[in-house]
Design a protein around this ligand. Structure first.
Ligand code: CP3
Length: 344
């Protein structure tokens, strides 16, 4: 028997149960801006940190202990999936990821496969077990994966980019190959998130960070069907948060997918999001991470205004995208603290 989670606000919000205040966590909270994380960077490479369960667990709990968030998100990366599928992935300090042999031709498909995730990504499930030990059931543990479209962007482009032109061109030129790749990523992701659920994560978030690069009709072709397939394969095993950044036009369809929550970026007004998502799904987000650089009273004012606008129920406080690496730690803490004392 596993212990019940002491602070289960996030899980209650995902189930649509009554809460006394909304839960708060921050995308990309594990790392980047935390001095202890930065210190680990000098001794261990990025994927070394991901592949060493004790280290990954230590980083996972840092924001819970140091900032007081209501949930932990596993320290890992969305790019462990292309790695497990057989691609080389390098992480360069300051320059981001590099995949030196991108997938573009039929021949390139010979280098990739749908892996046995229990084998290839055992280090992730081991990190989940180690994180749970350290968390001692204090708060829920969030697992995650990149959405097929977002992973395709990296696997085809070969590196990070502003608008992933190569990847978008490739989809226009080779839609058959694009769907072949999206199919392989989807199959891998379903098995991977199920393995995370079996290893003990309490919910999962799917990051479609580059969804907004697609126009609405392309989104319905290259992103949405796969997001919905993954959500439906998972939702009876574990609560699902879908974060399709920039795809505000798809809110009604994503709400109908059966996801427990939809993540929002800061380009959406709360009233617009609620009207389009409907009353039956929890909404998560959408504080502009740049606003964490404002003076503390201003952070508090904006955070309270955001909660007033979204409402306390069926709502999870978060940023509209990842926390920025230079965010002052006391500002991140002020954001979290003011949610914790929120009274409507
Ligand atoms: O809260 C957490 O940070 C949990 C772990 C986590 C990481 N990456 C660790 C990481 C999560 C949830 C991710 C998701 C991720 N990774 C996304 C989706 C979310 C988003 O921000 O859009 C994407 C697109 C990636 C791909 C990726 N990984 C990029 C583009 C980079 C370089 C830029 C950056 O974020 O610094 C990474 C590296 C990475 N992943 C770091 C961390 C902590 C920084 C590397 C380091 O500091 O050594």
């Amino acid at each position: 028997m596993t212990n019940p989670i002491k602070n289960d606000l996030l899980l209650r919000a995902l189930r649509g149960e009554l809460v006394e205040r909304p839960p708060v966590w921050m995308m990309r909270q594990a790392g980047r801006y935390l001095p202890d994380f930065r210190a680990l960077r000098t001794t261990h490479s990025f994927f070394e940190r991901c592949r060493t369960p004790e280290l990954a667990a230590e980083i996972t709990v840092m924001p819970v202990r140091q900032i007081g968030v209501d949930a932990a998100i596993l320290f890992s990366d969305i790019l462990v999936v292309p790695l497990a599928m057989g691609m080389e992935v390098e992480m360069h300090e300051g320059r981001g990821p590099l995949l030196p042999q991108p997938v573009r031709t039929v021949a390139d498909f010979e280098r990739i496969r749908v892996p046995d995730v229990c084998e290839e990504l055992r280090y992730v499930t081991d990190a989940i077990a180690a994180s749970r030990d350290l968390l001692r059931s204090d708060v829920p543990l969030i697992g995650f994966a990149g959405a097929p479209w977002t992973l395709l962007c990296y696997m085809v482009e070969g590196h990070g980019a502003k608008s992933f032109d190569l990847a978008r061109e490739w989809c226009a030129r080779e839609p058959g190959l694009a769907h072949r790749l999206l199919r392989m990523i989807t199959d891998t992701t379903i098995a991977y998130l199920r393995a995370q659920a079996d290893a003990g994560v309490d919910c999962v978030q799917i990051f479609d960070s580059w969804a907004g690069l697609l126009g609405p009709s392309d989104f319905r072709i290259f992103a949405q069907p796969y997001l919905i397939e993954i959500t439906q394969a998972l939702r009876d095993h574990v609560p699902v948060i879908l974060f399709a950044r920039g795809a505000w036009h798809a809110l009604p369809d994503l709400a109908a997918s059966g996801a427990h929550a939809l993540g929002l970026d800061w380009n959406i007004e709360s009233s617009f999001a609620r009207a389009h998502a409907g009353p039956c799904v929890t909404l998560q987000s959408n504080f502009d991470p740049a606003h964490l650089f404002a003076p503390l009273p201003e952070i508090e004012r904006r955070t309270r205004a955001m909660i007033d606008a979204f409402g306390v129920q069926r709502y999870i406080v978060n940023l509209g995208h990842g926390i920025l690496p230079t965010t002052p730690v006391d500002h991140a803490r002020a954001f979290v603290d003011c949610v914790k004392i929120f009274q409507s």
